[in-house]
Design a protein around this ligand. Sequence first.
Ligand code: NAG
Ligand code: NAG
Length: 444
Amino acid sequence: VLGMELAALVALTLLLGALVVLVALAVGKRKEEIREETETAGPASKKPKQEKQRIRKEKASQHTFSHPLLAAALKSHSGNVTCLDFSSNGKYLASCADDRTVRIWSTKDFLEREHKCLRANVELDHATLVRFSPDSRAFITWLANGDTIRIFKMMKKEDGTFSFKAAPEDFPQKHKATILNIGIAETGKFIMSASTDTNIHIWDLKGEILASINTNQMTNSYAAVSPCGRFVASCGFTPDVKVWEVCFGKGGEFKEVARAFDLKGHSAGVHAFAFSNDSHRMVTVSKDGTWKLWNTDVEYKKQQDPYLMKTVPCTSSEGSRVALSPDGRVVAISDGCNVAMYNTASGELEEELHSVHSQEISDLRFDINGRFLACSGDKAIRVFHNAPGYRAAIRDMQDMLKKAQNEGMKQRLQQQISEAQSTLDTVLAGPVEGKTPPPQRNWL
Ligand SMILES: *[C@@H]1O[C@H](CO)[C@@H](O)[C@H](O)[C@H]1NC(C)=O
Ligand SMILES: *[C@@H]1O[C@H](CO)[C@@H](O)[C@H](O)[C@H]1NC(C)=O
């Protein structure tokens, strides 16, 4: 009897032991869940001490970067960000990464402490490129695995946020080489896709090819649609940048892709180019060790050629990106992990931003008002105040003031100069606790 009792006791102990283990496991699991939740919660949430240490450790292993002109660091992606695009209504910045998401950020938030974003999932794939539609209510993506274009519609919900819906069908696969860029014309009339071989396809919005261009540049290194939506341009192994006009008839029907003009002047291949917002200026950056500013405000049909305005030495490399501020006053060029900002009128190097990202810069863009420069390279997006743009605008207004004849005009200019100067001073002073951010005037 005693033996049986003992056996029962042992069994009970074992059972209890197993229970304890199970309970411990369950509690452990719950802790894991809580840990994940606190991870995503805002900075105000209380974190256990261990948790704080862990986060501090992770932060230390991340790339840290600070600079007086840094306005914001947007950090929600868990993968490398490969592309950025500002919507033409000025409200949003879209970014995509290899974490299978596209994020939509509010530009209004840039100077706030927190940067909220909306997330669109790219099912069973990820987007490497993203571009807003002209009405800012849809975006197109390039699918890394699907090797084609997918359109997403943004539907406004009652609470003012969006839900995202992919079009029922992706575009057909047409490119055989690595994709370089995609774009939608601001006119809403066509979509462009370009690959590293010499192919550019022009599509209608339903995914039918309207025309294909052979750039004859050996290999393409960059291609883009102009912000006015009239032109498509490409550069590559050969030194000339080629520009085409995509022509439509009066009834909106597609007519042809016609050669418009070339930018001839570099002595080696061209890494990249950019347009000003009205397409009256272009900037190019080349392997020949220079960037060039061009006046492209020409009537090419009357045999007018674009002309070179400026050539400035700069460092660049394969994969360098270039951005031109909307007003054409500032050019930003990436070289590896660094960014340089130049005044286009004087050619002066005004800002050097070193090691902005831990990896090569993947994209570089000014916002539509020219207040900010955004760039990507690792998981973060960094947004800089366009101080060279503010300074250039002030200088231009000072020149106008010297020439101004009438008193009213002089007073208005003086007023604008002092406003611009105080905005620039506030920007340079950086955020002050409890102080409101600088007024966001559109005087640039
Ligand atoms: C980001 O890119 C780097 C370099 O290509 C790579 O080592 C890293 O694993 C990537 N990170 C993610 C999360 O994909
Ligand atoms: C270009 O940008 C400037 C400065 O932000 C703005 O004043 C102008 O209206 C823009 N032009 C076009 C065509 O968008």
